[in-house]
Design a binder for this molecule. Structure first.
Ligand code: ZN
Ligand code: ZN
Ligand code: FE
Length: 757
């Protein structure tokens, strides 16, 4: 009779794997045990049907689990009896922790079933759903190693936990109203005190309905919620949160509710309903009834569906009406401007009392903060809750390294063996609180997986906080050029190790020549790069100021192309009316002074300038605002484009002067901005294809990699990708990490790992 010992590696903890093995083994009349080890799951089975066991182990595994490898050793039969789930064994801590999972349908049914003992219990969960990464303090994933450790299970829960027929068999975070966490409501604004009743949840719903703003503790931190249909309260929240025009994320009652406001494709519906429950960016319907202030002037809205039982109850808590309480709620991160998300009850009250009227809280602690993830069909914009800490497999094994990332949209990356752990979204590193969040998260992930990096990678930018931080660690530091890291992030994901044509378009990144780069064509591999072609640099009058005010960049470009006629042209474009005659004259003068106008080849700045010239947007209240508006304005079905030049030299220089002249001609001829925006985008597409073809002629390379925030522009990617593929190129984009600076740490880590090999 065979006896097998299996070592199973992959996403096999916190996903109901042991109960599944237990049931399968009993089903097949096998004896032995299953237990979590820090490296994964270990199983011993003895009996006649071990082959069938192996087969069904992979074919019937829990939907959320992932098996990377099964290591099988045959042992002499030793007459085991029964089958047991054994206590976890300690060890080296390399198994993945599951990301946090949205509440499952079985739990939702029980939640709304008056006969169930967890009826309306906001913390219902099971082996298939509930908090994971955010509550895990140590590996393996056992209750004692989570923030649920302080809640002792009652008898009823304990019976379920031990009953192999129950779907809560070995559910580590399980709880019920008798023994688990509970809700509380704290009213911060006296105006709403009269709405406070016995039931915290109903009280919160009443406050929201009365036009109040409520902080709601979720899975990875606090949200700030208000009724999205109420323009006044949304506007008030925008003011209190000093939000500029940046769109608010929203949570809708269900898919039907989302469809009342946005177009939803099948793939988008799948994303909305996936277990990761990200915020999905969707095209706003023409007749969308939501007030414009939820996302001023934006063509897309970010929606997510309820993912905790508490969220479901906010919408569907039974009352006198069967309808949901709200069609959708604004659900923005609970933080102060420039700070990371708040997760601790006391800190939330201390920090957010000036913004919200009440706090809906609970006493299950969040150990690790994770913001909501943001995705768009086909790409990830912010990778956090529901995705982290899932490992990204890398080609081959390598040393353990740390990469500190970039300063905007920071993430960091740790590697071990054949995989990379990319952290959740950390934020913009200027804020002191963000740096603390960076350090805290790094320490937690490093400890959880016992990774001891031998070296640290960072950006070359001398002014980056992340660079200064890396230099202070007492480790060997390797500086990676920003756009090389962007390109390498795609190579890491796609497992590319040879030379590629790497296109990195973003707002700005430090160039080793001391200028700002960002419209780059590199010939690169993981070891190094050559700058093969770049956008012709433009002066940014006032430096940082030009990034906030794209009309300044537009003036510099006009001066560059039209010289002395720039002021007149600016006049016909309406600049003096919009920005003031005196400022226009001053900025034009500034544009001619190199010490006040640093040069930038940033592709983002070109999009900015076109948005300003066409009058679509002259100011960025958040990163990418003008470029996003320009893309949104572009008309569909436009074929034409504008002239551009590829100027000889090493590197080649891509010059869009002719493009500006073409744009000015179209504007003078009275052609509308939708047409101009489309033709400009078409020009960028054609320019990319032309340069890439030139580089193929020079190098013979046919693998093309595209990264950087500009490639979040779908108008461009949806045309460049088929354009290049039709010409015989293989094209790769970021899939699992963001194309924006959130992906830079993965690229840095990949490069450093190669250097050390
Ligand atoms: Zn469940
Ligand atoms: Zn209980
Ligand atoms: Fe960048």
């Amino acid at each position: 009779m065979p006896r097998l010992r299996l070592k199973i590696v992959g996403l096999v903890q916190g996903v109901g794997f042991r109960p599944f093995v237990f049931k399968l083994a009993r089903d097949l009349d096998l004896r032995g045990y299953v237990r979590n080890t820090p490296g994964g799951v270990e199983v011993e089975v003895e009996g006649d049907k071990t082959n069938l066991f192996l087969e069904r182990l992979t074919s019937e595994r829990p939907a959320v689990s992932r098996i990377e490898s099964v290591d099988t050793v045959e042992l002499p039969c030793c007459g085991l009896e029964g089958f047991f789930i054994e206590a976890s064994s300690g060890g080296d801590g390399s198994t993945p922790v599951s990301p946090d999972l949205a509440v499952c349908d079985d739990c939702l049914r029980e939640l709304l079933d008056p006969a169930d003992r967890r009826h309306l219990y906001p913390f219902i969960n099971c082996t298939n759903c509930g908090p994971r990464y955010s509550i895990t303090t140590r590996l393996p994933f056992d209750r004692s190693n989570t923030t649920m450790a302080s809640f002792e299970m009652c008898d009823a829960c304990n019976r379920e936990y031990r009953d192999p027929r129950c779907r809560r068999f070995h559910a580590q975070a399980d709880a019920c109203p008798c023994c688990g966490p509970g809700l509380s409501l704290h009213v911060a604004n006296r105006r709403f005190v009269h709405l406070l009743g016995d039931d915290p949840l109903l009280s919160a719903i009443r406050i929201l309905k009365a036009g109040g703003i409520v902080a709601v503790k979720g899975l990875g931190g606090f949200h700030i919620a208000c009724d999205a249909a109420d323009a006044d309260v949304v506007e008030l929240l925008r003011r209190r949160k000093e939000r500029g025009n940046k769109p608010f994320a929203m949570m809708a009652a269900d898919l039907d509710a989302v469809r009342r406001f946005c177009h939803v494709t099948e793939e988008e519906a799948r994303l909305l309903k996936s277990r990761s429950r990200p915020i999905v960016l969707l095209r706003r319907l023409a007749g969308c009834s939501l007030p414009d202030t939820v996302a001023p002037g934006a063509g897309t809205l970010g929606f997510m569906l309820p993912y905790t039982p508490l969220h479901h109850l906010l919408f569907f808590r039974p009352s006198d009406t069967p309808l949901p309480h709200f069609g959708c709620l604004v659900m923005t991160s609970g933080n102060l401007p420039g700070e990371p998300i708040t997760a601790d009850n006391g800190k939330a009250v201390a920090k957010l009392s000036g913004i919200v009227d009440a706090f809906l809280m609970h006493d299950r602690d969040i150990f690790t903060r994770v913001d909501d993830s943001v995705v768009r069909e086909g790409s990830v914009i912010r990778r956090s809750r529901g995705y982290v800490p899932e490992a990204i497999p890398l080609a081959g094994k390598g040393p353990e390294v740390l990469a500190a990332g970039a300063d905007l949209k920071n993430t960091f990356t740790l590697t071990r063996d054949g995989s990379a752990l990319v952290s959740q979204h950390i934020g913009d590193m200027e804020g002191h609180e963000t740096l603390l969040f960076f350090e805290e998260t790094l320490e937690k992930l490093r400890t959880l997986y016992s990774i001891n990096p031998v070296a640290v990678a960072c950006d070359m930018h001398p002014g980056y906080v992340s660079t200064a931080w890396a230099e202070a660690q007492g480790m060997e530091v390797f500086k990676v050029q920003h756009h090389h890291a962007h390109v390498a992030s795609v190579m890491a994901e796609a497992g590319l190790e040879g030379k590629v044509i790497g296109i990195a378009f973003d707002g700005s990144g430090y160039g080793p020549d001391g200028t700002v780069w960002g419209g780059e064509f590199l010939v690169a591999d993981p070891r190094g790069f050559l700058r093969a072609c770049h956008f012709r640099p433009l002066p940014l009058p006032g430096g940082e100021a030009a990034i906030r005010e794209p009309w300044r960049t537009a003036l510099a470009w006009l001066l560059d192309v039209a010289g002395g006629r720039a002021l007149d042209i600016a006049g016909t474009l309406g600049f003096p009316d919009r920005y003031g005659e005196e400022r226009v004259v001053n900025v034009l003068r500034l544009a001619g002074l190199p010490e006040f106008s640093p040069l930038s080849s940033g592709a983002g700045r070109l999009f900015d300038a076109v948005a300003a010239v066409t009058g679509i947007a002259g100011v960025n209240t958040f990163e990418g605002e003008a470029a996003i508006a320009l893309e949104h304005r572009a008309a569909a079905g436009v074929d034409g484009d504008y002239p551009f030049d590829i100027r000889e030299g090493d590197p080649l220089v891509l010059d869009f002067s002719g493009t500006l002249l073409g744009i000015l001609e179209d504007i003078a001829a009275g052609r509308g901005s939708p047409l101009v925006a489309a033709r400009f985008h078409n020009t960028v597409v054609r320019a990319i294809i032309s340069v890439v073809e030139r580089l193929r002629t020079l190098t013979g390379i046919e693998d093309v990699v595209m990264s950087g925030g500009v490639f979040q522009n779908r108008y461009v990617t949806e045309r460049v990708v088929p354009g290049l593929t039709d010409r015989g190129f293989r094209v790769y984009l970021n899939r699992r990490v963001p194309a924006n600076d959130g992906g830079v740490s993965l690229g840095q880590a990949y490069i450093l790992r190669e250097w050390l090999k």
